[in-house]
Design a protein around this ligand. Structure first.
Ligand code: ACM
Ligand code: ZN
Length: 764
């Protein structure tokens, strides 16, 4: 008995010790990772242990600026500082050797038990080595350790940019500094500071005091989404601006962190705030008001008025000394030509300069400003519309409406930066869940940002060299505070960082997600309002072999299990376990949730299905849908899922300037009593209702009888047309929608082709 007891006790003690040991070992080998993924990592099994005795030894004229962020973070984590002194052990050795490390901004970081060694190609390289080290620091039982390894690393692109719009919402200097720290941590080296726009001018220009007293403020701000109709306002004066002293401090702060700030002074469009203060610079002379809602405004700088150029040159004369960057961004996007068309001064300019039209007038405008900036030793960057009417000689194109602008620029041997809205606009929705905070418009989930490849196959090797890099943009219409901005931007900015830094061959989305999960404690420690919903359910509505609807669900959460219900009840561990795509055979709501063990992760997924007689039937289109609104097949028109107000949800079919003509073949004649279609009307997004919608039916596919027509569609948003008709035998249903054609004057992007957006042809 005693013997057995002793054995059991010994066993318990042994197991306890083993477990503790295992814990220690586990803590030591805790997986870690770096974002962006380095070029190569070799682990060596050693461990470096930090203590107050560890010192940092800086050599080769390395600036102590490089240590600021590391020291700040280390102190926060450890509660003590590391001294800076000449020592060899145990220490962090920092040096520069551009013969050994040949790539600009590159570094080697080697970690052994007694020493951490960072060799940079340059100061930036040393800094980035330290940023990688920050991500490897591990705290356990109050002790800070790092796993031994050797990292060789350098960036793929020289330009790795992040943009922030401070016009629609204003972020104070301290918030901008925190922002800069985060860009630096993820090796983003350019901050594109969008300082002027219709809704507020945010930089002090001493020569023009009204920019501070009038342009920096708006009377009130729209509440909710700009698509909501009618617009509602908060009645509160809003604004602010950065003094030149503050700007200088921010630029210095950024330089210490190897970030170049490119200021954007918008022209000739997005100028309402400036015009509000100096109405003589507009074509009509005003009066104008700083905009209180979001969009594009017809009132722009007058291109025929010399005062416009004098004003902009004077503004730039004050901006340039504040920003040492090689590049100055002059905007150039979304400049309606409506006012120029009827302005005598603009028309005079077109005549005098022998310009073909208003597009060439825009090119003239940009060309003149480029010449001025070149004379001051700077280069211009502009949004892709600066290609309109001819590109200014040395301009760099920032390709945002798509990749075409960047491709065109590269083919003309101009530098380009890729920032296509479809992939890297972080003000877009990151999730299609209805409870997602209000966002700009489209849908760019983390995976879509991550998988963006800036070098498109249209470019030859030589042309590809003109793609200098990549940038993500954060427009702030719906980012009223830094906390909201962080939620919108993190973690997608980390995906952007990896596109910019990591070689294409070294990228892997599952591996990125794994590292992102390791990164979460660091982001929490840095007090970042990260959107941690990236492992929530995503779905795919598919066609089964016998043309029924199948729903596939997935989550990227490791070891997780999805449970779902088909009766509208909340899913739990006792609900159906998802193992493979399942058939949807009745109308209703599917709900699903992800569980890790017994713990639910994230929000409950929901999807409504509406079944009808045309499900899975053949649809023939006369004109093909285009661009981002071409789901690639016609199944989505008869899949029982209705396109949502998030128009980039993959359900909508968009016809750009073309009419809709679709024929559904039900396979055999059958009684039909209701015909329907959904139409998305968002004039603010160039999406217009048809001028005429008709339904026709036929039994032979040749002779059709019109059974319904409609010419007005009143709802702003989704117009669900449901036409009840006298029950009739029909096999073929023909739906025709006449496209609005050219967007009329006075409307958003007047003169452009309207999109006719349709989804789900409903037959009952
Ligand atoms: C832009 O998004 N208007 C550049
Ligand atoms: Zn004019």
């Amino acid at each position: 008995m005693i013997n057995t007891c002793t054995v059991v006790l010994k066993y318990i003690r042994y197991t306890l010790c083993f477990c503790l040991l295992m814990n220690v070992v586990h803590a030591q080998v805790k997986e870690q990772g770096i974002i962006p993924q380095p070029y190569s990592i070799q682990k060596n099994g050693e461990v470096f242990r930090f203590s107050p005795a560890v010192a940092i030894n800086i050599r080769d004229g390395i600036s102590t600026d490089n240590l600021i962020f590391f020291n700040q973070y280390f102190h926060q984590l450890a509660g003590y500082n590391l001294s800076v002194k000449k020592t060899i052990a145990p220490s962090i050795q920092l040096s520069i050797n551009s013969n050994k490390i040949t790539e600009p901004e590159g570094y080697q970081l080697s970690i052994a038990s007694k020493q951490i060694n960072i060799i940079g190609h340059d100061q930036a390289g040393v800094f980035y080595g330290l940023q990688s080290l920050v991500q490897l620091l591990h705290k356990s039982n109050g002790k800070i350790t790092v796993q031994g390894c050797t990292i060789e690393d350098h960036p793929r692109f020289a330009y790795r940019g992040m943009h922030l719009d401070v016009s629609r919402h204003f972020f104070k200097v301290n918030a901008i500094k925190k922002w800069i720290d985060l860009l630096a941590l993820y090796k983003i080296n350019t901050f594109h500071w969008h300082l002027t726009d219709d809704q507020g001018w945010r930089i002090e220009i001493k020569k023009y005091p009204l920019l501070q007293s009038i342009s920096a403020y708006r009377d009130e701000t729209i509440i909710g989404h700009k698509k909501d109709s009618p617009h509602r306002f908060d009645g509160k004066r809003y604004g602010g601006y950065y003094t030149q002293e503050e700007v200088k401090a921010v630029v210095k702060y950024a330089m210490e962190r190897h970030i170049s700030i490119i200021p954007e002074i918008e022209m000739p469009g997005h100028a309402l705030a400036a015009l509000a203060a100096y109405p003589e610079l507009g074509c009509t002379g005003g009066p104008y008001k700083t905009a209180t809602y979001w969009g594009i405004f017809d009132d722009v700088y007058c291109a025929g008025n010399e005062q416009t150029f004098t004003f902009l040159k004077n503004v730039l004369d004050e901006v340039l000394p504040l920003f040492p960057s090689k590049y100055i961004h002059i905007g150039g996007d979304e400049c309606p030509k409506t006012k120029w068309k009827t302005c005598p001064k603009c028309q005079r300019r077109i005549k005098d300069e022998h310009l073909k039209d208003e597009h060439e007038l825009q090119s003239y405008f940009i060309g003149r400003m480029e010449k001025y900036l070149n004379s001051k030793g700077r280069q211009i960057i502009g949004w892709d519309e600066i290609l309109e009417g001819g590109l200014a000689p040395g301009a760099t194109v920032m390709s945002w409406t798509g990749e075409e602008g960047g491709i065109a620029a590269a083919k003309l041997h101009h530098n380009a930066i890729m920032t296509p809205e479809k992939y890297v606009y972080l003000d877009y929705y990151q999730s299609l869940y209805p409870s997602e905070p209000l966002a700009g418009g489209g849908y760019t989930p983390l995976s879509k940002v991550y998988n963006y490849e800036p070098i498109t196959k249209e470019l030859s090797g030589d042309e590809a060299k003109y793609i200098k890099g990549v940038q993500a943009n954060a427009w702030s219409e719906y980012l009223a505070s830094m906390a909201q901005a962080e939620h919108q931007i993190f973690p997608r900015i980390l995906a952007l960082a990896e596109i910019g830094w990591t070689d294409k061959e070294n990228k892997s989305y599952p591996n990125f997600l794994k590292r992102l999960r390791y990164e979460q404690p660091l982001l929490k420690q840095l007090n970042i309002n990260l959107a941690d919903t990236f492992d929530e359910i995503t779905d795919s509505v598919m066609e089964s072999a016998d043309r029924q609807i199948q729903l596939a669900l997935s989550s990227t959460l490791p070891g997780s299990q999805i449970y779902y219900t088909t009766d509208g009840t909340t899913p739990g561990l006792k609900s159906k376990k998802y193992d493979k795509p399942f058939l949807i055979s009745t109308s209703g709501k599917i709900k699903a949730a992800v569980f890790s063990g017994t713990k639910q992760y994230g929000r409950v997924y929901e999807k409504d299905f509406h079944l009808h007689k045309a499900i899975g039937k053949t649809v023939t289109l006369t004109n093909q849908p285009q661009g981002g609104y071409n789901p690639g097949n016609t199944f989505g028109m008869v899949n029982g899922v209705f396109g949502s107000k998030l128009y980039n949800d993959g359900q909508w079919y968009g016809f750009n300037g073309d009419d809709l003509e679709a024929v559904v073949d039900l396979g055999k004649a059958q009684p039909v009593s209701q015909l329907g279609i959904n139409i998305l009307k968002y004039h603010w997004q160039k999406m217009w209702e048809p001028t005429l919608l008709t339904f026709e039916i036929s039994t032979d596919g040749k002779n059709y009888t019109e059974v319904y027509r409609q010419t007005t569609f009143n709802d702003n948003g989704i117009n669900a047309v449901r036409a009840n008709i006298k029950t009739t035998q029909a096999r073929y249903i023909r739906v025709k929608g006449t496209n609005k054609g050219i967007i009329p004057p006075g409307e958003y992007i007047a003169g452009a082709k309207a999109w006719l957006m349709v989804d789900e042809i409903v037959v009952k």
